[in-house]
Design a protein around this ligand. Sequence first.
Ligand code: PGA
Length: 262
Amino acid sequence: MSGARRSPVVAGNWKMHLTRPEARALAERVVAALPALGTCRVVLIPPFTALAEVGRILAGTEVRLGAQNLFWEDKGAFTGEVSAPMLKETGCAHVLIGHSERRRLFGETDEVVNRKVRAALSAGLSPIVCIGETLEEREGGRTTERIDAQLAAGLRGLSGGDMESIILAYEPVWAIGTGKTASPAQAEEVHAHIRRRLEGNYGNDRASCAIILYGGSVKPANSYPLFKEKNIDGFLVGGASLEADAFVGIVGEALRADREET
Ligand code: PGA
């Protein structure tokens, strides 16, 4: 598979953290401290309650806004849910779908992921679709089987054109919030596998342009060697995205590695 290095993407998933004033302060610190981004795309993903507030701070900057979840219907009697057009209207460019916490704690299946991805795409949002194996699956030698199943069902029926708007995030469940990062070689092996699957389904051009992020205990100290791997295009950051210095440090490392290659 050929092609120039893809522009890096670094997304910060704030999960269920931060009041609105705290979210505003963090967004302001991130925006003020970011190096000139060039071709790097940075996404901040606050909780729903802080979306509008953070969106106001990001307006006029290159940093994009993302949401953590959506429901697949546009509107209706679905108490407690938020739709893709609502997120779009609030200024979101991206939405996380199928995060392992949603799968594990809220019973989201690959079929649900597929419905949500379609809803996001029809509203003009770019979904960041999370996939990854549990420790049990890895130790049982079933990593690629699990990844293949998540890709097949989660992206079912989507066209090559749709793939241009989709970002994939490989997040081994055992590495999320645990301080255990996949080694660069472990992550690269799965990223390369994902890209081969995309090539089989959508062709070489689409596969070589696809953005595949790594997530799971990413910090400034481990991001550079991960990003140096050929098929790792950036990061989905949880814990470290709650500290401006750490998050900006990760962006800096991705840009440093990117500059060395271009
Ligand atoms: P972590 O979370 O960086 O805290 O491991 C990653 C994620 O959940 O996306």
